[in-house]
Design a protein around this ligand. Structure first.
Ligand code: 6PG
Length: 472
């Protein structure tokens, strides 16, 4: 009887593609889906000469897997993951490895790691990024939790992961729920960069009057320079896509209401808990929420917005400013996400290796960009760097762009072009680089109305002032 090296539960596009990728790399794979059509189409999609089997019975899959079994699930986050675990438990043996490769909330993963540990099962929460294409051709993979389990699956994950300079984009991300935590923050950064790009698009399009062909050219050119990244690259493509229902470009026919599955929101929520400031991510989440209030926005526009005046800049100046503002604010949003990971790692004792995080984000994932190489160098110099803005090379890069970013924000706000994420980047930068912040006044106010006490600049301790003379 043929036995298999790796099993997958859930043969949606991501599960199927991940498994086919593994088969292409020489592993014998088996996939389970209760939908027998999906199980059959897995085998049909396999590359000739590879060993791929699709089944619609979980028992059959478990019988056919070599020991210790290595099983991954790619099912929707939440209840379905717990249901799969419960259906697996009676069929598993001690020492088997179970991997959740979906976008599960890290607190669920922590609970599952502990639950399965008691039963002798190795459980790993693992972030997988790169969408359908990434899963098929090489994703960025963020495993965490049970280190023994990682050792068992490491050769397989290294084989299927994207490669940068011949090095696989997979590494152990730390204890507990570290894998899913790192993926959550990856998605927070993803939200933020997408929001920043959309604001720059608006500045160039409605502000500067660039049409879709010109926008395509601008983004294409940017992708060949220091802004090189997956999200800039696909943005350039998007402007060219024709609509198949009208004569227009598709981008002009898409409703301005953004969806979300929650990972960006989770990043903001946990940042507040830690606490760490990630205002660009917060703003990106807020803008997606606000976009859903379409009818109210239309009514409010009628009340408050006169015609937008075009931004008066030469095309060259416009594009230069937009480039620099985007570069500046993208660095700031990576800085926020990475600072969050640094802090969360300490707080949750995850021991997240920051150097490895940026290394495996260089390829395969949605936020891959040439900047990650710079950050990788920064963490190689100092693996405990609390914020990449403190790195001298990063500082040099960002200083060169600061002026144009300020100028762009000035004209964007004057012309009523929404620039929430750009403004948040600059506001964070200005606060983070301020040796003094005006919160002495906030402390005084807190003490005035609530006796909350304050610290002094000239001596240690907590102080309270009797403010009563003002209340007579
Ligand atoms: C990835 C993506 C992927 C998914 C997001 C989309 O890294 O491949 O992040 O996981 O596209 O979850 O999230 P929203 O639907 O919330 O935008």
């Amino acid at each position: 009887m043929e036995t298999y090296n790796f099993g997958m539960i859930g043969l949606g596009v991501m599960g199927r593609n991940f498994l086919l990728n593994m088969a292409d790399n020489g592993f014998k794979v088996i996939g389970f889906d209760k939908d027998s059509d999906k199980a059959a189409s897995l085998e049909k999609a396999a590359t000739k000469g590879t060993v791929v089997k699709g089944v619609d019975s979980l028992e059959t899959m478990l019988d056919l897997l070599e020991s210790p079994r290595k099983i991954m699930m790619l099912v929707p986050a939440g209840k379905p993951v717990d249901e799969v675990i419960e259906s697996l438990l009676p069929l598993l043996d001690r020492g088997d490895v179970v991997i959740d490769g979906g976008n599960s909330h890290f607190t669920d993963t922590l609970r599952r790691v502990q639950y399965l540990e008691q039963k002798g099962i190795h459980f790993m929460g693992m972030g997988v990024s790169g969408g359908e294409e990434g899963a098929r051709k090489g994703p960025s993979i963020m495993p965490g939790g049970d280190a023994k389990a990682y050792k068992l699956v490491r050769p397989m994950l290294e084989a299927v992961a994207a490669k940068v300079n011949g090095e696989p984009c997979v590494a152990y991300m730390g204890n507990g729920a570290a894998g899913h935590y790192v993926k959550m923050v990856h998605n927070g950064i993803e939200y933020a960069i997408m929001q920043l790009i959309s604001e720059i698009y608006d500045f160039l399009h409605r502000g500067g009057g660039l049409d879709n062909d010109e926008l395509h050219q601008v983004f294409k050119q940017w992708n060949e320079g220091e802004l090189q990244s997956f999200l800039v690259e696909i943005t350039a493509d998007i402007f060219l896509q024709k609509d198949d229902k009208t004569e227009n470009r598709l981008i002009d026919m898409i409703m301005d209401r953004a969806g979300s599955k929650g990972t960006g929101k989770w990043t903001s929520q946990d940042a507040m808990e830690l606490p760490v400031a990630v205002p660009v991510i917060d703003m990106a989440v807020a803008m997606r929420i606000l976009s859903a209030y379409k009818e109210e926005r239309v009514a409010a526009a009628d009340l408050y917005v006169n015609q937008r005046k075009p931004v008066r800049l030469s095309r060259e100046q416009l594009v230069r400013q937009a480039h620099d503002a985007l570069y500046f604010s993208i660095i700031v949003c990576y800085a926020q996400g990475l600072a969050m990971l640094h802090q969360a790692s300490l707080e949750w004792k995850m021991e997240i290796p920051m150097k490895e995080v940026v290394k495996i984000w260089r390829g395969g994932c949605i936020i891959r960009s040439s900047l990650l190489e710079t950050f990788y160098k920064a963490y190689r110099k100092n693996k405990a760097l609390p914020n990449i803005l403190l790195d001298k090379t990063v500082a040099r890069l960002i200083r060169k762009k600061e002026k144009h970013c300020r100028n762009l924000i000035k004209s964007a706000t004057q012309h009523k072009i929404v620039s929430g994420a750009l403004c948040s980047s600059l506001a964070y930068f200005d606060a983070y680089t301020s040796e003094w912040m005006p919160v002495n006044l906030i402390q005084a106010q807190r003490d005035y109305f609530g006796a909350h006490t304050y610290e002094r600049t000239d001596r240690e301790g907590k102080y309270h002032t009797n403010w009563e003379q003002f209340n007579q």
